[in-house]
Design a protein around this ligand. Structure first.
Ligand SMILES: [Mg+2]
Length: 218
């Protein structure tokens, strides 16, 4: 695989944030606590990994709740994503999802987009479908998770080009590890992410001309 393009999921391939939607399925007081933990982590007051495990403990998503969120990802899909990903695959790009979200929630969207390689946090359920645990060793449960996954993929595929597309700080963190980081601003537009990106797009289909025009650079 010479050319790899990796997409963030939440607020990029779909407009929703899966963890927020899962929290909304609980009670208002749990939702508030989850929101508070998210803000503390975003302000750097507690480590990302601590917020991650505390939020999951509070939400304890069941398999059926994850399936509900899976449907929400699909109904809120970025309108040009499917067609663009198909075009990229026809042009020889290996398409991947790299997400700090949960694998059982993201899988239906990945299947709809014909993306077979998904790097997201695995969840474990009891046999009755209730929540059991998450994979605490998984890279995207902490800071620097996406760069680590990218380094593993570069070594595995010996890729010549690696493009990352996303809206958040965890996507921006990949910049030193990729050929180009492209900011996606269609749902959330963060000034810091935009400023440091090689390019920015507000719809996924805008990626095609950017990748075509930068071909000669590589
Ligand atoms: Mg995102």
């Amino acid at each position: 695989m010479k050319k790899i393009i990796a997409f963030d999921c939440d607020s990029t391939l779909s407009s929703i944030e899966g963890i927020d939607e899962l929290a909304k399925l609980t009670t208002p007081s749990i939702f508030q606590k989850v929101e508070k933990l998210t803000n503390l982590a975003m302000n750097g007051e507690i480590p990302v990994q601590e917020a991650f495990s505390q939020r999951l403990k509070l939400i304890s998503p069941s398999l059926s709740e994850c399936q509900q969120i899976g449907q929400l990802y699909l109904t809120h899909i970025e309108p040009t994503a499917k067609e663009t990903i198909l075009q990229l695959q026809e042009k020889g790009w290996h398409t991947i999802i790299i997400s700090g979200g949960f694998s059982p929630c993201i899988q239906p969207l990945a299947e709809h987009l014909n993306i077979s390689e998904v790097h997201a946090v695995p969840l474990h359920f009891q046999t009755n479908g209730s929540y059991q645990s998450f994979d605490t060793d998984y890279p995207t449960t902490r800071d620097g998770g996406k760069p680590q996954i990218i380094e593993n993929l570069k070594a595995k595929y010996h890729s010549k080009q690696f493009i990352m597309v996303g809206d958040g700080n965890s996507d921006l963190e990949t910049t030193p590890h990729v050929t180009q980081f492209i900011a996606f601003t269609g749902f959330v537009s963060r000034p810091t992410v935009r400023q440091h990106a090689t390019h920015q797009v507000s719809i996924i289909s805008e990626l095609i001309p950017i990748l075509e025009s930068s071909k000669h650079l590589h």
